[in-house]
Design a protein. Sequence first.
Length: 129
Amino acid sequence: MPFVAEMLNERELRRYVNRVDGRWPLERVLLGGARVEDLHGALPQRERGSEYVVVLISEYFAGVPWLERVYQAASLWDADEMAGAADVHCYTPDEFARRRETLPVVRAVAEHGIELAGAGPSGPSAPQN
């Protein structure tokens, strides 16, 4: 899905995906949160929640304690460049399938978020211009 350049910092999003992918090869990256809801025309008078919600999916998270992977992935997010903090979620594909069913925020990102990177014919890829 193409980005709206005026609303999201595409360059920094690509850089973030690349930084995380350098540590754990990513299968999918989903972006949601208040900024994405704004893109979809959400009303300004609402409880915004997190400005950004990032869901990272990688088999390489297996064996890495959940808090460690979240801490490391969140530390790579540049809140100044993105003009907002991110709520980062890091899951293996199996964990993602379970969390999508049990965590409303993950379900919302999966259903209404933007796919930043996903497995295609040649594997994970960053968003294109």
